[in-house]
Design a protein around this ligand. Structure first.
Ligand code: C2E
Ligand code: CA
Ligand code: CA
Length: 584
């Protein structure tokens, strides 16, 4: 009698049974009750089911237990051959305990070996026929049990090893993310002390990996991890959560204690180290969440993560403690981040143009292109807010392309004298940005000498080589380059001159004070003079009054821009006097 819970299971067994016992009848059942019913029927017909073959490969072991128990209760001495997966030994041992005795039980493990099955069937059938269980059989089965117990033991050990590996990081030996989250959850349910989560991310780690290779990156991670482990207070645990990200859970620490710990970590992360023969220095950003109202590990981790990103945004190499304001700010930021792509693809972005005028005659020389976003969900959002986010997410590349193309089309269509296009750092340091702009200009049929680009000094000094290359391509074609927000950065004008800049835009913060603060007027005058001696022209930004215009002119600014002359305006609302004949 073959018993198997899976209807199709024993197809490979039947031929083996026939081969082993050619004169016997083979019957199949899905469980013990069905087998017992068949058994009763057979007995009625004068036959006796001699051997039960229980095929429980890939079947739940508790079903097997039930089946064995039921058979044993009904037919105390029948021979059972039990076929299971080899990996089941641990549960199998439990099953055996339940059944109590292994007498008249023979075990086979998958995969099925034809010859072995045939031989086993013959032996067992013979034993059943003679009805005698010799001492030898008993000894055999006790040996089988011993073997099984050994297997169970080994399985347990292997399981423990696997469990350990699943919770630990192979590089540093500390907990990994899974282990960390488990540990935090356990501590939170114990709920005896306040738990704090510290999330640490190395700044500029990627550069180490990229320039010195992954082995060097690994070594750095290991060293920093060892360093951190050494400064942890007792009872704290450290984990490596990912490539260059670490987590710490620490209990009941005062604000001061927390600040001290984080300062130590920042200091040791930014130590200069020799890795693969090179001097390497990175820094770290840290986010902290303290157990307050929440007892959920997910929430604490989220808060620490938000704080970490805020620390990064605020300039890295610092720590930041989560608070609810941060949450709101982040939610808003996230909403913007998510909405931006849709904004770009569904026409929510618009361009406006602000005139740049000649200081003396107020004649319009050209227009600065400024982007606007009217969001159906958030109203109008300042570019000061969404451009930095687009920079971070990388969407600035697509947005920037749209801005340049739209502006150049407008320039052509409305015959603007020239357009001044703002390029963010990331956009300007993009591969082939010069070629791209020139291609957009050609597509829009705008001569390069009707284009000015506005850059901030970071766009240039972040990658001097690439910036020089891009500037050369543009300058050679006739595009003019303006240095935006001059006076807010730290670079010297003489230094910047080597990058072939045509014009500097004096930041509005100087213009604001120029009428009542002598210092501002002096600065503007000396900047204008310096610029002139370097053959650069000067545009003063944010001019709002006639008084400002008078002083700026006297200080040597030949070009001005500001609400006093015109606000940023949609192209079709620009004053007709400012425009040439529109071209269609
Ligand atoms: P920015 O390039 O320095 O642009 C000048 C900002 O000052 C503009 O703000 C302009 O509307 C404003 N402004 C001009 N004249 C006056 C004035 O007389 N008084 C006052 N109070 N403000 C004045 P906006 O358009 O909000 O842009 C802010 C910043 O966003 C820009 O500063 C620029 O950094 C960025 N941005 C704007 N449009 C674009 C763009 O198309 N591409 C890129 N990459 N950045 C852009
Ligand atoms: Ca600008
Ligand atoms: Ca500016």
């Amino acid at each position: 009698m073959i018993i198997s819970p899976r209807p199709d299971a024993s197809q490979d067994l039947e031929p083996l049974v026939r081969q082993a016992l050619p004169s016997e009848t083979v019957a199949s059942a899905q469980d013990a009750s069905q087998a017992l019913t068949l058994f009763e029927q057979a007995r009625y017909l004068g036959r006796t089911a001699a051997v039960f073959l229980l095929d429980f490969r890939r079947a739940p072991i508790d079903q097997l237990t039930d089946c064995v128990v039921e058979l044993r209760q009904a037919l105390r001495n029948s021979e059972l051959i039990i076929l299971v997966e080899s990996t089941d030994s641990s549960t199998l041992a439990a099953c055996l305990k339940l059944v109590g005795s292994t007498e008249a039980m023979t075990f086979l493990t998958a995969p099925v070996e034809g010859l072995l099955v045939v031989r086993t069937l013959r032996t067992v059938a013979e034993r059943q026929r003679t009805g005698s269980h010799s001492k030898r059989v008993l000894r055999d089965s006790s040996e089988a049990i011993k073997g099984l117990e050994l297997q169970v033991q080994e399985l347990r050990t292997r399981l423990d090893i696997a469990k350990h590996a699943a919770r630990h990081d192979h590089l540093t030996g500390s907990l990994n993310r899974t282990g960390f989250v488990e540990e935090l959850a356990t501590r939170l349910t114990r709920n005896r002390q306040m738990q704090n989560v510290i999330m640490i991310d190395l700044d500029r780690f990627k550069a180490v990996n990229d320039t010195l290779g992954h082995a060097a990156g690994d070594e750095l991670v290991r060293k920093i991890c060892t360093g951190m482990a050494a400064v942890l207070p007792s009872g704290a645990v450290l984990a490596r959560l990912g490539g260059d990200e670490f987590g710490i859970v620490v209990e009941t620490l005062s604000d001061l204690g927390m600040a001290e710990l984080c300062t130590k970590i920042l200091r040791l992360a930014s130590q200069c180290r020799i890795i693969a023969g090179h001097e390497v220095q990175v820094s770290a950003s840290i986010g902290i969440a303290r157990q307050g109202s929440t007892h959920s590990e997910v929430e604490l981790l989220r808060q620490a993560d938000l704080a970490l990103y805020a620390a990064k945004r605020e300039g890295r190499n610092r720590f930041k403690v989560f608070d609810n304001d941060l949450d709101e700010a982040t939610q808003h930021r996230l909403a913007i981040e998510n909405g931006l792509e849709r904004a770009l693809n569904s026409g929510q972005l618009k361009m406006v143009y602000q005139p740049i005028v000649k200081a003396d005659s107020r004649a319009v020389l050209g227009y600065e292109a400024l982007v606007r976003w009217d969001s159906p969900d958030h109203g109008s959002i300042s570019p000061n807010e969404f451009i930095p986010i687009a920079e971070e997410t990388g969407l600035i590349l697509d947005i920037g392309e749209w801005i340049a193309r739209q502006t150049l089309r407008d320039c052509r269509k409305w015959n603007l004298p020239y357009v001044s296009i703002n390029l963010s750092s990331r956009q300007f340091l993009r591969h082939n940005v010069g070629e791209r702009i020139l291609r957009y200009a050609a597509d829009a049929h705008v001569a390069p000498n009707r284009i000015q680009i506005e850059l901030t000094e970071t766009a240039i000094i972040d990658d001097v080589e690439r910036a020089s290359y891009n500037l050369r391509i543009l300058r050679d074609a006739g595009v003019r380059v303006a240095l935006d927000d001059f006076g807010t950065g730290y670079s010297s004008l003489v230094y910047l001159k080597q990058f072939a800049i045509d014009c500097i835009k004096i930041d509005k913060s100087f213009v604001d004070n120029i009428t009542h603060e002598r210092q501002s007027a002096v600065i503007v005058a000396s900047v204008a003079k310096l610029a002139a001696s370097l053959s650069m022209s000067v545009i003063a930004e944010g001019v709002e009054t006639e008084d400002q215009r008078t002083i700026l002119m006297a200080s040597g600014c030949t070009m001005l821009q500001g609400y006093h002359f015109g606000r940023p305006t949609p192209v079709n609302d620009l004053m007709p006097g400012h425009l040439g004949e529109p071209e269609y």
